[in-house]
Write a protein that binds this ligand. Structure first.
Ligand SMILES: [Zn+2]
Length: 121
């Protein structure tokens, strides 16, 4: 997911976006032309990722309760993914394929690729 602030692209978890309620989603033209901020480039690199075998295993590192696992899986719905990982910052859990995340899991919420935010916290 790309957000544009100023002249750089960011992922939603970037510290530079903290405090913004609704960062702008970058347009395709911006994604083509803007650079990526250094923190975000590191965040997006595969090098520092930690992979999990399942969403359940990853969620339990945030919240070990069965309710958290159940609610997260319900909020993900029928999203299709192969991989589950946390980025270097450990700020959220991502699910997706090798190339892209398709949903992001935080404590008490799931954000879908289309911008839908499901809050169950
Ligand atoms: Zn950034």
């Amino acid at each position: 997911m790309a957000h544009a602030t100023g002249r750089l692209l960011h992922v939603r978890a970037c510290p530079q976006l903290l405090g913004l309620d609704a960062p702008l989603i970058a347009t395709p033209a911006q994604i083509e032309s803007l650079g990526t901020c250094a923190w975000c480039a590191n965040e997006l690199s595969e090098a520092g990722r930690r992979y999990f075998d399942s969403v359940e295993q990853a969620v339990r590192t945030l919240d070990p309760s069965d309710e958290a696992v159940r609610a997260t899986e319900a909020a993900l719905g029928d999203v299709d993914y192969e991989l589950v990982w946390v980025p270097p910052s450990y700020s959220h859990i991502a699910v997706g394929d090798k190339e892209h995340a398709v949903a992001w899991i935080g404590r008490g919420c799931v954000m879908h690729q289309d911008g839908r935010l499901i809050d169950f916290g």
